[in-house]
Design a protein around this ligand. Structure first.
Ligand SMILES: CC(C)(COP(=O)(O)OP(=O)(O)OC[C@H]1O[C@@H](n2cnc3c(N)ncnc32)[C@H](O)[C@@H]1OP(=O)(O)O)[C@@H](O)C(=O)NCCC(=O)NCCS
Length: 170
């Protein structure tokens, strides 16, 4: 399979925060943001693999800033690393200032997706070659995150998580 670049999977979703999508404090409801990020990540994973993909895990979500009612929210998702059948998708969430037109980072998240065939069986995905400095950093750290996710899911033994263990002993 020919390698691809993260930019080929870039997916940008821009939408408003409406009253039915907020919590009691009139900020975007966390579950609504999770769903929007899942949609963007799914499209990104499909663009990289050109296959059907399913969410395998949500590895990290940081709700660092509330997003008020009426905000214009942009979600950017890109494949940060491809493994054999799975892909890590890195998601950045931005909020636009209505008057200035500038945007600031509100949240970020990391999802894992698996490409599957018509029977739901995992299938191979193309390798990925990061280009920018940020893409390279995210690529390098992705293996540790995958090992942590597999450990927490009970699918990997601590002894086999070599790169993750190295973080604690170096
Ligand atoms: C995701 C799924 C296809 C994995 O199937 P599986 O039988 O565990 O398959 P495998 O063990 O061969 O794993 C396939 C890949 O997923 C990865 N994977 C499995 N669980 C993972 C997890 N918790 N975190 C990160 N990666 C995971 C494996 O490491 C493997 O990656 P690789 O091939 O790139 O090395 C299967 O669990 C599934 O269909 N889950 C439901 C998906 C779904 O419905 N999502 C929507 C939720 S509502």
């Amino acid at each position: 399979m020919n390698p691809k670049h993260p930019s080929e999977s870039l997916t940008v979703l821009t939408d408003l925060v409406l009253p039915s999508e907020t919590n009691h404090l009139n900020n975007l409801f966390g579950g609504e943001l999770l769903a929007r990020m899942d949609r963007a990540a799914s499209i990104s994973a499909q663009r990289h693999s050109r296959n059907v993909t399913v969410t395998a895990s949500v590895n990290h979500v940081a709700f660092s800033r509330p997003i008020p009612l009426g905000s214009v929210v942009t979600i950017e998702a890109k494949v940060s690393r491809a493994f054999t059948t799975s892909m890590e998708i890195f998601i950045d969430v931005w909020v636009e200032d209505r008057e200035l037109g500038t945007r600031s980072k509100a949240n970020e998240a990391i999802y894992s997706f698996v490409a599957v065939d018509a029977n739901g069986q995992p299938v191979q995905v193309p390798p990925i070659v990061p280009e920018t400095e940020l893409e390279k950093q995210r690529f390098d750290a992705a293996l540790r995150r995958k090992q942590l996710s597999l450990l927490l899911a009970g699918k990997m033994k601590p002894a086999d998580a070599t790169e993750l263990r190295a973080l604690f002993v170096e």
